[in-house]
Write a protein of this length. Structure first.
Length: 173
């Protein structure tokens, strides 16, 4: 667990009120082939250092939310109810670490649907800013892919690669 003085000084260098996290590859490890999708809670492997980091952010009264593409729902590989169970398992871990439930902004459309919410398009990030009554200068998006970075850039939100977040977290341990 990070020391609070170290945590405060490092986080103060990133002056953002809204922290948006991608799910797969950031909050949890990506699914392995052939499936490519997390379809059940028991296949979810959490990145516990990120979960702890989220709880630290929340204890500083910073807002934390999740933006994730989940076309496995659109492909009918999983139901929205099953997806909610997976998100509940993540929330249980955040609570255990001393944090609060996360809100999930999810695009369930197929890539072929060409919707406005599927990253790399900015729809989910724009919706988050609208719902939180905020602007891009107050947000940071942590992701692990070029599509995450492109969504952030199009929304004019600061982007942080997951590897850079891991470096920040490791510096706090």
């Amino acid at each position: 667990m990070p020391k609070s003085a170290d945590f405060s000084s490092r986080i103060n260098t990133i002056d953002k009120k809204i922290w948006i996290f991608d799910r797969d590859g950031v909050l949890n490890q990506k699914a392995v082939e052939p499936n490519r999708y997390i379809l059940a809670e028991d296949s979810l492997i959490l990145n516990l250092s990120v979960i702890d980091f989220i709880s630290q952010l929340q204890r500083r009264s910073l807002k934390v939310t999740v933006a994730t593409n989940q076309q496995c729902v659109g492909k009918k590989l999983i139901t929205e109810a099953k997806l909610a169970k997976i998100h509940n398992k993540i929330n249980e871990a955040v609570q255990k670490a001393g944090g609060q439930n996360l809100t999930y902004y999810v695009c369930t459309h197929l890539e072929a649907d060409n919707c406005v919410c599927r990253k790399p398009k900015p729809g989910l990030l724009n919706l988050i800013m609208k719902d939180f009554s905020t602007n891009p200068q107050e947000c940071i998006f942590i992701g692990d892919s070029e599509s995450d970075e492109e969504a952030a850039r199009t929304s004019k939100i600061k982007f942080l690669y997951f590897g850079d977040l891991q470096t920040l977290i490791n510096g706090l341990a």
